[in-house]
Design a protein around this ligand. Structure first.
Ligand code: ATP
Length: 290
């Protein structure tokens, strides 16, 4: 095999709670992760010439060792002493720096692809162990589907699949730094924590409305006051019949869950005409594991 084309799928969080701040500065989280049908396209080609070349459609993304796809390829190629080179073509659609694990999913996909084209025979578990060195969300992006993520996000428990529904994604034209959000999260002042166990119970009993209605993200308490457009998007989704609408990760992307495609399309149209978001996608839940 000389080349491979793969989809790097985005995630949303159906619940996100922060339990405590560790001595080392990392935060211990309890998150429900869900893969969705929104993806970057990645093509990996073997080349005779040694080295890793990265191409991307977004001019502002680095093409050097700062790109997570480069890091992922290098990690496996160094470990296995691979002398050939690779060319990686990354077509991004997942909003960048937006709480959707786009970069982590790209890295996970490259680990998977390099393992395939060079016949390294690493298991999914082997890839996950290596992935966590690149980022806490990479093991989940390798696993996919519905999962509980604990620790710093790397301790995964597979859950029953989230019931299928339409997912409306809206990313406002602002950038939110994850660092800013965590630095401004003062756990002692948090007004309410989401009930992650309740969301899990609803998912596991196939109760879409219950799960959507119980969703919560503790980071909204920091991000929404700083960027009120996030609340405006949530309101537009809720006004148009979303079963639930929430910020994903540290934001600023907002997603809404709908059981009726017509309502999802109405919400899409309203958000678009009010120019609340720069990127809007209407997509769905993705439940196949790797
Ligand atoms: P998370 O949901 O894990 O917080 P995120 O959506 O906040 O992820 P990403 O889109 O993964 O953030 O990327 C964050 C930063 O990483 C960007 O500012 C970008 O410069 C850098 N980066 C490096 N490689 C990539 C990549 N392949 N795709 C996107 N961003 C990348």
């Amino acid at each position: 095999m000389n080349q491979i084309r793969l989809k790097a799928l985005a995630k949303i969080n159906l619940g996100l709670d922060v339990i405590r701040r560790r001595e080392d500065g990392y935060h211990e989280v309890k998150m429900i992760m869900q893969t969705i049908n929104l993806y970057d396209q990645i093509e990996i080609k073997k080349t005779r010439e040694a080295g890793i070349k990265v191409k991307t459609n977004l001019f502002y993304l680095p093409c050097n060792e700062n790109n997570l796809v480069y890091k992922a390829a290098k990690l496996l190629m160094d470990e296995f002493g691979i002398r050939d080179g690779v060319e990686i073509d990354l077509k991004k659609r997942i909003p960048v720096a937006a709480g959707m694990a786009g970069g982590s999913s790209d890295a996970a996909t490259v680990l998977f692809g390099i393992n395939k084209i060079f016949g390294l025979k690493l298991s999914l578990k082997d890839l996950m162990e290596r992935g966590v060195r690149i980022g806490a969300d990479v093991p989940y992006c390798l696993m996919r589907g519905t999962a509980l993520a604990e620790g710093i996000g790397e301790k995964l428990t597979a859950l029953k699949p989230m019931p299928k529904c339409h997912v409306l994604i809206a990313k406002p034209g602002i950038s939110v730094s994850t660092k800013f959000v965590y630095e401004n999260l003062h756990l002692e002042d948090v007004k309410s924590h989401p009930d992650i166990d309740r969301i899990i119970e609803c998912i596991e009993s196939g109760d879409l409305k219950g799960a959507a209605g119980s969703m919560g993200n503790v980071l909204e308490e920091v991000t929404i006051p700083a960027y009120p457009v996030i609340q405006d998007i949530k309101d537009a989704m809720n006004r148009n019949g979303a079963l639930g609408a929430m910020m994903s990760g540290s934001g600023p992307t907002v997603f809404g869950l709908f059981d009726d495609i017509k309502l999802a399309k109405k919400a899409y149209a309203e958000i678009k005409s009010a120019k609340l978001a720069k990127q809007i996608y209407l997509t769905s839940i993705y439940n196949n594991r790797r």
